[in-house]
Design a protein around this ligand. Structure first.
Ligand code: NAD
Length: 247
């Protein structure tokens, strides 16, 4: 039986890789995003994940078309770059709304669909970040939002485990996406920067959207049936390296 899978922010990059992975397995994939995906095999439902009325409308649509939901992947997220002193309150609130409020709203309104008898091995996967575990400069709002997503994951697992619903988070490290490309492009010696960044990773390479997608697929499958309430770090071993002084 194909599963019904809802992926937020599924229009591009990591979210698109996640939709593709479930699609390859024959699942029916719904993409909830502000923008339509390129893949027209997806059921696109235009959604602002930070808005309660928009999320309610999304779930009403899912209910009328599919009746239940097997998998929810809360992937949509945004970031800003500013020092704490320079972070405007509206920008802080926007990051919290798109990254944290959305995870709460999607979970809250998906739960009845996942508690439906038709739902098979229901699972929720939240995309957090290693920035919730260690700091990059000028990312305080983003870091706080991703730590909140990890904490919310624990509560979801605890409160809904009795209904057979598992919930886990994935904390990706450096994933090769256009966003990071833009950052690297600022440096004149791009080859040297590439080498230095790869050297941070014990596996000797940067992450790809497919690395995150494979983990999301596994966390949503019965193969990970005894795993719940966890944050799985997908960072090529980067956080495992303790810094040493340059002597
Ligand atoms: P991206 O910016 O390429 O894609 C995000 C998607 O979310 C877009 O399709 C966008 O339209 C959608 N979106 C944004 N705001 C929305 C809203 N209000 N309502 C609905 N959709 C909305 O991001 P990405 O690099 O693919 O990252 C995906 C997730 O992975 C994010 O949660 C991000 O924080 C996390 N992450 C990314 C990296 C990385 O290196 N790229 C590392 C760690 C964690």
């Amino acid at each position: 039986m194909p599963r019904i899978v809802l992926v937020t922010g599924g229009a591009q990059n990591i979210g698109a890789a996640i939709t593709m992975r479930f699609g390859q397995a024959g699942d029916t994939v719904i993409c909830a995003d502000l923008n339509p995906p390129q893949d027209d095999s997806l059921r696109f439902i235009a959604t602002d994940v930070s808005s309660e009325s928009s999320v309610q409308a999304l779930m009403e649509q899912v209910t009328s078309e599919f009746g239940h939901l097997d998998v929810l992947v809360n992937n949509a997220g945004i970031s800003i770059e500013a020092s704490i002193a320079d972070t405007a309150l509206e920008d802080w609130d926007r990051v919290m709304a798109v990254n944290v409020r959305s995870t709460f709203l999607l979970t809250k309104y998906a739960l009845p669909l996942m508690q439906n008898n038709e739902a098979k091995d229901p699972a929720i996967v939240n995309i957090s970040s290693i920035e919730g575990l260690g700091a990059n400069p000028l990312h305080s709002a983003y870091a706080a939002s991703k730590a909140a997503v990890a904490a919310f994951t624990h509560n979801t697992a605890l409160e809904y485990g009795a209904y057979g619903i598992r919930c886990n988070a994935i904390a990706p490290g450096w994933i090769n996406t256009p966003f990071n490309d833009q950052l690297l492009a600022q440096y004149p010696n791009r080859d040297a920067v590439d080498r230095a960044i790869k050297a941070l990773h014990p596996v000797g390479r940067l992450g790809t959207p497919a690395d995150v997608a494979e983990t999301a697929f596994w966390l949503a499958s019965p193969a990970s049936g005894f795993i719940s309430g966890q944050e799985i770090i997908v960072d090529g071993g980067r956080l495992a390296r303790l810094p040493l002084p340059a002597l």
